[in-house]
Design a protein around this ligand. Structure first.
Ligand code: ADP
Ligand code: MG
Length: 255
């Protein structure tokens, strides 16, 4: 791999009182690829996301986004550098319309000041129109073009999860962190969501880190996989190689 990786995690270590949740973990994500982080419960997957997005601080190690050092930056700075995430549980305000929820995702891209927006100056109105247009495009991209004016909370569960993905896309990220994007979905919703995620990579060129329990989805979507167990990296490679790795089989059998 000669190009600068989209994301490079080196020696990442996180400790909670007496527990090493991540122990010198390394992995790289090539630009425009899906990298899955998998492992049994308690392996450190969510901790990894929380460090990447700045919620937790690493005890040591580094996280680089392209040429930018993210290590130690607060969440808003990391978001401003182009890292967007979705959460394992639903996080959209249920009563706001899908369109308004997605507009919130464009907050960091808003140039016009609050005063201009409050006075509804032409520049602010133009900017809002531009944002609404982009929100519509992104909603159509994830298949929610018809749901823009509905309260997010009134949509089926799978559509609400897609709306969260759309909100993250509204930040125009270069790196997207997806925490269990198909958890709780029907088989149909899973297929649809997996296709949208593949489209985010293939059509939008966004790099993705995916934490997911559904191995079918991981095997289908991931270009590369890191397997964690008790905070340590126990395997790293293509889905096919990792799946047949004896250490991975042992970890999943809970030996
Ligand atoms: P996973 O997402 O792979 O199931 P987590 O990253 O949530 O695993 O947890 C890894 C380990 O770190 C677990 O033993 C968990 O109990 C512990 N842990 C996670 N977050 C905290 C926290 N905020 N305080 C203390 N321990 C934590
Ligand atoms: Mg977790």
């Amino acid at each position: 791999m000669t190009a600068v990786p989209a994301l490079e995690v080196t020696g990442l270590t996180v400790r909670f009182a007496g527990l090493t949740a991540l122990d010198a973990v390394d992995f790289r994500v090539a630009p425009g690829t899906v990298h899955a982080v998998i492992g049994p419960n308690g392996a450190g997957k969510s901790t990894c996301f929380n460090v990447l997005s700045g919620v937790y601080r690493a005890a040591s190690g580094s996280v680089r986004l392209g040429d930018e050092e993210l290590t130690g930056l607060p969440p808003h700075r990391i978001a401003a550098l182009g890292v967007a995430r979705t959460f394992q549980n639903l996080a959209l305000p249920p009563t706001a319309t899908v369109a308004d929820s997605l507009l919130l995702g464009r907050h960091r891209l808003t140039r016009t000041g609050f005063v201009a927006a409050g006075l509804r100056l032409p520049s602010a109105l133009r900017e809002e129109r531009r944002h609404r247009e982009r929100v519509r495009e992104i909603a159509q991209f994830v298949g929610l073009g018809d749901a823009l004016d509905r309260p997010a909370g009134s949509l089926p569960y799978g559509a609400q999860k897609l709306a969260e993905l759309a909100r993250a896309l509204c930040m125009e990220p270069s790196l997207l962190l997806l925490d269990e994007p198909v958890a709780g979905m029907t088989a149909d919703e899973r297929r649809r969501t997996a296709a949208v995620i593949a489209g985010v990579r293939d059509s939008l060129g966004i790099s993705i880190v995916l934490v997911e329990h559904d191995m079918g989805v991981v095997m289908r979507l991931a270009d590369t996989v890191t397997v964690l167990d008790f905070g340590r990296r126990i395997a790293d490679g293509t889905p096919a190689a990792v799946q047949n790795d004896p250490a991975v089989v042992r970890a999943y059998l809970g030996e």
